[in-house]
Ligand binder design. Structure first.
Ligand code: SF4
Ligand code: FES
Length: 324
């Protein structure tokens, strides 16, 4: 076990734990943001630098600070390590620089982007972004492409975090998606414009931290803050069938996987559940999902269970007449 102190909070964690995982055990504001690390995807992390922290003391045996800020998602803890996240002005400064860097090519099209309201980069910009950019260069521009029947790829918004690449290669046995070319011409693409047609490709949409991969069955249908996310499930032969159903009244606008407090999917869901089951009768609605208070989606969001009225007439018909 190793004892680690992050922003003045001390915790014991097993050896081999990364600083980010230790911070997640503590929770709250101590947790550094992560745009590329994804605990369920092997090899993820180390690409975006948003999780940089300051190691003020390396370990008990060597109390010297580490000379540079380190990526918390890929740095293992050591016994006696002291880490600063929000308590270090150097980290705050670096994070502002990272946001500016990520926005060098990312368009500021949140008003028309389907990811708005649940975008990690939007949240990060809100916390650490500057009012003005220092750059005058034009942003990179790519045509929009379709990846298979259900997914739209908008490379202009991509921050090259590789999450979708790992999802595509780790959930199936074929490697179909990758980063093509190098340097400032790098782009996410399918090999010679192959489309991705496998049962779990829709999960790439959920792992994308920005709006580069969007659900064609939901694009421009509504804004997420007008919808109510409900836990729902169905019998499914391919996945657990446990999803979040985004509803307005009795209508299901979109289906996504259920995300945990760190924005990661609890379970990957299949394309049939995600794209083809939009009828209320397809699902058993369990109740409203918990939404963080600071999220824009929490506006007018009540967590009291309200069964959709379409379900109740069947039950009402089955009640004995004296109870009707
Ligand atoms: S498309 Fe999204 S998930 Fe894929 S690399 Fe770009 S930002 Fe990451
Ligand atoms: S989350 Fe650590 S580098 Fe991206």
């Amino acid at each position: 076990m190793a004892k680690i102190t992050i922003d003045n909070i001390t915790i014991d964690v097993p050896d081999g734990t990364t600083i980010l995982q230790a911070a997640r055990k503590i929770g709250g504001k101590v947790v550094p943001p992560a745009m590329c690390y994804y605990s369920k995807l092997k090899g993820s992390g180390g690409k975006c630098r948003t999780c940089l922290v300051k190691v003020a003391q390396s370990c008990t045996k060597d109390p010297r600070p580490m000379p540079k800020l380190v990526a918390s998602c890929s740095t293992p803890v050591q016994d006696g390590m002291v880490v600063q996240n929000l308590t270090s002005p150097e980290v705050i400064d670096a994070r502002k620089g990272i946001v500016e860097f990520l926005l060098l090519n990312h368009p500021l099209d949140c008003p028309v982007c389907d990811q708005a309201g649940e975008c990690d980069l939007q949240d990060l910009s809100f916390g650490f972004g500057m009012e003005e950019t220092a750059t005058v260069e034009e942003r990179r521009e790519f045509p929009m492409t379709d990846i298979g029947e259900y997914i739209k790829l908008h490379i202009n918004r991509c921050i090259l975090c590789y999450r979708c690449v790992y999802t595509a290669s780790q959930l199936t046995d074929q490697r179909l998606l990758g980063v093509l070319y190098r340097g400032d011409v790098s782009e996410i693409g399918t090999f010679i414009k192959n489309s991705i047609a496998n049962d779990f490709s829709g999960n790439m949409i959920d792992v994308c931290p920005v709006g580069a991969l969007t659900d064609k069955t939901f694009r421009f249908k509504s804004r997420v803050w007008f919808l109510k996310p409900m836990n729902a499930h169905r019998e499914c032969a391919r996945c657990s069938g446990k999803v979040a159903a985004w509803m307005s009244g009795n209508e299901i606008y979109r289906i996504t996987g259920r995300k945990d407090e760190f924005g990661e999917l609890e379970e990957f869901i299949c394309n049939e559940c995600r794209f083809e089951k939009k009828d209320l009768y397809d699902w058993i609605i369990e109740g409203p999902r918990h939404i963080k208070k600071k999220s824009v989606i929490s506006a007018n969001h009540y967590e009291k269970m309200e069964k959709p009225s379409v379900i109740s007439p069947i039950e009402e018909k089955m009640l004995p007449p004296d109870q009707l």
